[in-house]
Design a protein around this ligand. Sequence first.
Ligand SMILES: Nc1nc2c(ncn2[C@@H]2O[C@H](COP(=O)(O)OP(=O)(O)OP(=O)(O)O)[C@@H](O)[C@H]2O)c(=O)[nH]1
Ligand SMILES: [Mg+2]
Length: 128
Amino acid sequence: MKKYLPNEIKNIVLLGASGSGKTTLAEAMAFEGKVIDRRGSIEADSTLSDHTDIEHNYKRSIYPSQMFAEFNGYKLNIIDPPGSDDFCGGLFSAFKIADVGILVINAERVSRRAQRYRPVTPASTRSP
Ligand SMILES: Nc1nc2c(ncn2[C@@H]2O[C@H](COP(=O)(O)OP(=O)(O)OP(=O)(O)O)[C@@H](O)[C@H]2O)c(=O)[nH]1
Ligand SMILES: [Mg+2]
């Protein structure tokens, strides 16, 4: 493996509510970084991140996981912590070493809730 200078290493922590898609995004990043040659899924219990039996049973992250990908000569350490409040200890430890945070939002859930409170009318269907 290539030796990286300190300024070529970035620690990225994924942030977001439980079910927002952090583990799925981490899997996609590992795939795009050519660490794996096929993307695992939560449903098939085959992601790099959620690899313990308890995580497979609950279909959610319980422990923070770390993986890496190389991008443009940088080593990106990707930290995928659990989103559930019950396991927030893993999130706080990830904060201590994070250079960057990526906020992951489940857009389908946001859209559903937004429509419940204030129906959205696409601009193209509005009358002039
Ligand atoms: N349709 C769709 N489903 C997604 C997407 N990303 C994740 N999911 C599904 O959403 C569910 C939860 O995804 P996870 O990646 O486990 O979410 P998480 O943020 O890691 O959840 P925690 O580990 O509980 O914090 C799974 O069933 C995924 O297959 C997406 O972009 N589109
Ligand atoms: Mg997860």
